[in-house]
Design a binder for this molecule. Sequence first.
Ligand code: CCH
Length: 307
Amino acid sequence: MPQNAPAPGAAPTAEQLEPVKAAVRALLHQPEYDDGSAGPVLVRLAWHSAGTYCKETNTGGSNGAGMRYEKEGGDPANAGLQHARAFLEPVKSQFPFISYADLWTLAATVAVAEMGGPAVPWQGGRTDYADDAKVPPRGRLPDGAQGADHLRFIFHRMGFSDQEIVALSGAHNLGRCHGDRSGFEGKWVNNPTRFSNQYFKLLLKFEGEWKKTTLKNGLQQFVYVDEDLAAGEEGEEKEEGLMMLPTDMSLISDSKFRAWVEKYAADQDLFFRDFAAVFAKLLELGIKRNSEGRVVNDENVEDGYRS
Ligand code: CCH
């Protein structure tokens, strides 16, 4: 066993995780990919790995790394996340002791911090399913074409409040929609690799100017295009415009959600504090720990920490 690997049965220590985090930091800069960073898609990987949780049945969640299997990885809701998993593969090869479930969630916290966001508390010890028997059914992740009722239905199933739904949605400061993944197109903010409260500010700032458009594939989204910038001077790069999903817009049309959008738009520190807390909660959903913090979810593990 390499010297820096945890003893059998133990989750990695903070010291053992340092080189793993450094390796994740080192791969974030991806000049050829999207907006130049792997960060946003890594955040989405962690969210989709955890967002399958159902509190009634206590199934789903980030433990198990079920997305390695077609049953979950092939869910159309997870289209594009193979890129995130591929970015992390060299880190897994370099540090085989970390489970995929830990690596995917840890990487998102590293990415959030590196992109200027808050420190998200993270605990290790997740194990990887040995097969797809415990992989949750498809259809548990949200559909951007819907509205506030749908968001409550999906996030209440995970055990989140209205405030937590809005705080989590602030992750749409990051990254973009891809026509060949979700079918939606574009980014929410101008600098999609910088974590901030800009998403909330723009929702409110362009209220009334967000224009509903129907894409060629029939999906509807909301766009804001600054006409002057879009026209561009000859030879200048044209401004791409910004977008919001119908679910994003429901955060300002629903008065209970809206109260939190207004708070987070006005106070970035408050947003960062609440985001750190709720993202940490998301990553822990469905994870059972004993009094020492060890994960005790499943006995049937492939390459987790109790082999
Ligand atoms: Fe999201 N998200 N998300 N999202 N999301 C998409 C992209 C990102 C919804 C729909 C979409 C959260 C909540 C929701 C990120 C983080 C979070 C896309 C485009 C859709 C559609 C995917 C594509 O085409 O590549 C809906 C609906 C909800 C309902 O609440 C939450 C919660 C989080 C994290 C806390 C991030 C980051 C991205 C950008 C990914 C990228 O590849 O750039």
